[in-house]
Design a protein around this ligand. Structure first.
Ligand code: HMG
Ligand code: MG
Length: 298
C-alpha cells in the first residue's frame, strides 16, 4: 500500500526562515545547514536569490552559499526568480535551481510582481540557462488548491503552469498548498488530473500546515503513489506574500509518520531533532512540530 522509499527535501533554511521576524546570524545558519547536511537528507534548499528588500531574512544567500560545507551526497538548491537571481546563485554554487510561480495570477503578482504570462517568458530563459549550466531544475507552482486572493483554484490552472514549466525543461514540479487550506478530497481531485498527465516521479508535494491538514494530505498523496515531499524542520516557515500562511509541514512529523509506516527516507530522526533544537534556540521560540515538542518534554 505504501511506497518503500520517500524522498524528503528539507526547505527549512529557505521556506522556513524567509518568514521569520527574528534574524538568524549567517554563521548560525551555516552551522545549522551543516548539521542538516549530516542528517541523511538528500536535498536542502539553502536560501533564495530574490530581491533582498522583498525577503530580508535571506539577504545573506551569497555568504551562506559560500560558507556551507558541501556534502557530496546532498543536492544544494536555491530559489531563483529571474536571470539576476540565477546568475548570483550560479556564482555562489548550486546543484539545483528552484524557479517559482503561482497558479493564481493575483498571488503571482503579489509575490513576484508580474502576471503569469509575463512570468512564463522570464522563467523560460532561467530554466534554459540553468539546464545549460547542468543544474537540476525544480519548478514550484504555488496556490495549487486555494489562493488567499482568488479563492479556489482549478486543476486546469495548475496544469497550464506545469505544462509550461516542463516545456521549458524543468526536471520536476513541486505543487504548493501555499496557505495550507487543502483537505484530502482536494488533493485527490488535483492528483487525478496531474497524474493522468505526468509521471509520479516528477511530482513533489509541498504542504503548509496552517490548519493541521498536511499529514492527512500526505497520506492521500502517498495513496496516489507520490514519493517526493517537501518539508521544513520543526515546521518553520510560510510565504511572506501569502497572508495567513503558516509553516511547512514539519520534517520531524513527516519522518515520524514515514518511519512508523515502515517507509525508508535515509534520514536520521535524532540528527534532525538536534538540528531543530538548534534553530529553535536561535529563534528563541517553540517551533510548531508536535513530534519535536514530545521529544523535548520527555
Ligand atoms: P521587481 O521589483 O519587479 O524586479 O521584483 P525588477 O526586475 O523590476 O528589478 C528591480 C530591481 O531589483 C533592479 O535593481 C534589479 O537589479 C533588482 P535596480 O536596477 O533598481 O537597482 N533585482 C534583484 N536583486 C537581487 N536579486 C534578484 C533581483 N531581481 C531583480 N533576484 C522580484 C521582482 C522577483 C525580484 C521580486 O518580486 C522578488 O524578489 N520576489 C521574491 C518573493 C519571494 O521570495 N517570495 C517567497 C518565495 S515563494 C514561496 O514561498 C512559495 C513556495 O514555497 C511554494 C509554496 O509554498 O507555494 C516556493
Ligand atoms: Mg512554501
Amino acid at each position: 500500500r505504501w511506497p518503500e522509499n520517500v524522498q524528503v527535501k528539507e526547505v527549512g533554511p529557505r521556506d522556513g526562515l524567509q518568514n521569520e521576524k527574528t534574524r538568524v546570524a549567517t554563521a548560525d545558519k551555516v552551522h545549522w545547514i551543516n548539521m542538516l547536511s549530516e542528517s541523511g537528507v538528500k536535498e536542502i534548499e539553502y536560501s533564495s536569490f530574490v530581491h533582498p528588500k522583498w525577503v530580508p531574512a535571506l539577504s545573506d544567500a551569497h555568504e551562506v552559499g559560500k560558507k556551507i560545507k558541501r556534502n557530496p551526497d546532498v543536492r544544494y538548491s536555491a530559489l531563483v526568480p529571474n536571470m539576476k537571481g540565477l546568475e548570483l546563485a550560479l556564482e555562489t554554487g548550486i546543484d539545483g535551481a528552484s524557479v517559482f510561480m503561482s497558479a493564481s495570477d493575483t498571488h503571482n503578482r503579489k509575490n513576484i510582481n508580474k502576471s503569469i504570462d509575463q512570468t512564463f517568458s522570464v522563467l523560460q530563459e532561467v530554466v534554459d540557462e540553468a539546464k545549460q549550466a547542468g543544474k537540476h531544475v525544480t519548478g514550484y507552482v504555488s496556490t495549487v488548491f486555494d489562493c488567499p486572493y482568488e479563492g479556489r483554484i482549478t486543476p486546469e490552472s495548475v496544469i497550464r503552469v506545469c505544462d509550461k514549466l516542463f516545456e521549458f525543461g524543468a526536471d520536476d514540479v513541486s505543487l504548493g498548498d501555499t496557505i495550507g487550506t487543502a483537505v484530502p478530497s482536494q488533493v485527490e481531485k488535483l492528483l487525478d488530473a496531474v497524474l493522468a498527465r505526468y509521471p509520479k516521479e516528477k511530482i513533489i508535494m509541498h504542504f503548509h500546515d496552517t490548519r493541521g491538514m498536511a499529514i492527512a494530505n500526505i497520506m492521500t498523496s502517498m495513496e496516489y503513489g507520490i514519493t517526493r515531499l517537501d518539508s521544513s524542520i520543526g515546521g518553520l516557515g510560510g510565504c511572506p506574500y501569502a497572508p495567513g500562511a503558516a509553516g511547512n509541514v514539519a520534517t520531524n512529523d513527516v519522518l515520524y509518520l514515514l518511519h512508523g509506516l515502515g517507509i525508508d527516507t535515509g534520514i536520521s530522526e535524532r540528527k534532525l531533532q538536534e538540528a531543530a533544537l538548534y534553530i529553535q534556540n536561535k529563534l528563541g521560540k517553540t517551533l510548531p512540530s508536535k513530534t519535536l515538542a514530545s521529544v523535548v518534554n520527555q
